[in-house]
Design a protein around this ligand. Structure first.
Ligand SMILES: Cc1cc2nc3c(=O)[nH]c(=O)nc-3n(C[C@H](O)[C@H](O)[C@H](O)COP(=O)(O)OP(=O)(O)OC[C@H]3O[C@@H](n4cnc5c(N)ncnc54)[C@H](O)[C@@H]3O)c2cc1C
Length: 496
């Protein structure tokens, strides 16, 4: 049989595989890398900064900085093993199409991504390109998250089986390395911005991820449960592995097995078990988003789409910049701007204050926090944000009173004074409610409320009451009730 000119040209191209890194920036316990190695033909390892995805409002400079620096760390690790890592600045289809001009690509290996709609759409385009070019795309399960499931039957068991399965000990054969000179260089201005990593953020990369995990087990984790909600204490005593998990510098299985099997586990049962429970929650939330990524833009319980939301630009601006007049809210927002991390309770309080006390639509705040969290993970972020906003219709709505949270978790106002320096001279007795200072007291402190620090945006008692009426009142809406059944069936375990 005669081959066409095009066919001959295609067959004369070298046959290769590709490993496409996404949120898996590590060299160990990496299934796609192991599969490419086992395939025995040369393969490219690629990370793509995709302009179309980077333009999505979820993205921020700090994410790109973390990724860029984690890639430098990975490059070093792979370099020691004689491997190269290609970093491109172009959309996936553009890069893969270019590779096809030079190589015959047999297989594409990657992890599955439980991302926003835009990344699903991109994946569909890549799948189409693979189909047209006879490329087999092998996507591996990430985080114990399953694709295509209709309900949670058997999910917990499958998660534990996955977590207890052996870790992959990746090795790299230098003979399989490929050095592809490409034209998709990161523009110089971006490169400069991405490599100027602020010291106030957690240091990026696989190597640092292990340092945090080890120090948690060896020392920091001892008081985990006692400190978990304290804005100051939690910075030391929490795991602080979230950015490394979010960008895949550590795998969930590595973290799970390391903590579970650590010699200190027996003496720190409550702390380590509390930590491991949350590691499972992580996958639980990502699983929800994997099944319904519409949570990014639509209420989990679609019945809440009928609720009236207001938009007050001044409120939104004040919340975003930490100028609400509520010290605990403002300190947390400013700390987040500066460091990229606050604990779970403080995140929940920020959302609760925004959606309940300020009465704003969760959609007007959700990308702001996504951009600020160094550990932004869509699968956790949107479901958690909506849980705190009260739009699931299945969870108890918790309204966090920022004054109470301050009194309970920062009684001396130490955290507040660190992040809201305008209040440094305010005595502990008034630090959580500076509006209770009399004009005379303010004068003694050389401080004027409404000038040096804002007056509170709302009255907590009346705003809380109005929010309860709005949210609980709407719970009775027939569509909320109908949706509740659908949500329970899809996202929770069946009670036998
Ligand atoms: C509105 C809101 C948005 C959030 N967005 C994110 C996000 O984008 N990315 C993110 O990683 N976490 C998010 N969280 C969950 C939680 O606040 C962080 O995971 C945690 O603060 C990370 O710090 P840590 O690593 O010290 O956690 P630890 O307390 O040490 O917990 C260990 C790990 O368990 C997981 N985890 C902990 N708490 C939760 C939780 N409540 N739900 C799901 N997984 C959890 C994380 O992966 C964490 O790294 C969000 C919470 C809220 C209320």
């Amino acid at each position: 049989m005669e081959k066409s000119g095009k066919g001959v040209a295609l067959l004369s191209r070298p046959e290769i595989n590709i490993v496409w890194l996404k949120r898996d920036l590590r060299s160990q316990d990496h299934e796609p890398l192991a599969a490419a190695e086992a395939a025995g033909i040369p393969y490219l390892i690629l990370y793509l900064f995709e302009p179309t995805l980077l333009a999505h409002p979820q993205c921020s400079l700090r994410h790109n900085q973390f990724i860029f620096e984690s890639l430098q760390d990975l490059k070093k690790t792979l370099g020691v093993q004689g491997r190269t890592l290609g970093i491109c600045y172009a959309d996936a289809v553009v890069v893969f199409s270019e590779i096809l001009h030079k190589y015959r690509v047999k297989r594409l290996f990657s992890y599955r991504e439980s991302g926003v709609q835009l990344s699903w759409d991109r994946d569909k385009e890549v799948a189409q390109l693979c189909l047209q070019n006879n490329i087999e795309w092998l996507e591996f399960q990430r985080e114990g998250v399953l694709r295509g499931i209709q309900n949670r039957d058997g999910w917990d068991k499958a998660w534990f089986v996955k977590m207890h399965s052996p870790l992959i000990n990746n090795s790299f054969d230098p003979d399989l390395t490929l050095d592809w000179k490409h034209k998709f260089q990161i523009p110089e201005t971006l490169k400069q911005a991405w490599s100027a990593y602020p010291a106030a953020y957690q240091a990026p990369g696989e190597t640092m991820g292990w340092k945090y995990l080890k120090s948690f087990c060896e020392e920091r984790g001892r008081n985990y449960m006692r400190q978990i909600s304290k804005p100051l204490g939690s910075r030391y005593s929490c795991g602080r592995v979230s950015p490394y998990l979010a960008w895949g510098c550590l795998s969930v299985k590595q973290v799970y097995q390391y903590v579970k099997n650590h010699p200190n586990a027996a003496n720190n049962k409550r702390a380590f078990n509390g930590f491991l429970t949350r590691v499972k929650w992580r996958s639980h939330f990502i699983q929800k988003f994997e099944v319904e990524c519409e949570y990014e833009t639509l209420c989990i319980n679609r019945g809440y789409e009928h609720m009236d939301w207001q938009r007050n630009e001044a409120f939104i601006k004040a919340w975003k910049s930490g100028q609400t007049g509520y010290p605990m809210v403002d300190a947390n927002m400013r700390c987040l701007h500066a460091t990229g991390w606050i604990n779970f309770r403080m995140r929940a309080m920020l959302v609760s204050f925004f959606c309940h006390h300020l009465g704003q639509d969760w959609r007007d705040g959700v990308y702001h926090l996504a951009q600020l969290f160094l550990d932004y993970e869509p699968g956790i972020h949107y479901p958690q944000f909506q849980m705190q906003a009260g739009t699931t219709g299945v969870n108890t709505v918790r309204m966090y009173n920022p004054v109470k949270q301050g009194l309970d978790h920062d009684p001396d106002g130490e955290f507040i004074k660190q992040w809201v320096p305008e209040l440094r001279e305010v005595p502990t007795t008034h630090i959580h409610q500076p509006w209770t200072l009399t004009p005379m007291e303010q004068q003694f402190m050389n401080f004027e409320l409404g000038v040096d620090y804002p007056l509170p945006l709302v009255d907590l008692e009346s705003s809380g009451k109005a929010a309860r009426q709005r949210i609980y009142g709407h719970r009775k809406h027939p569509q909320v009730q109908k949706e509740k059944q659908r949500i329970l069936k899809t996202h929770t375990r069946r009670i036998k």
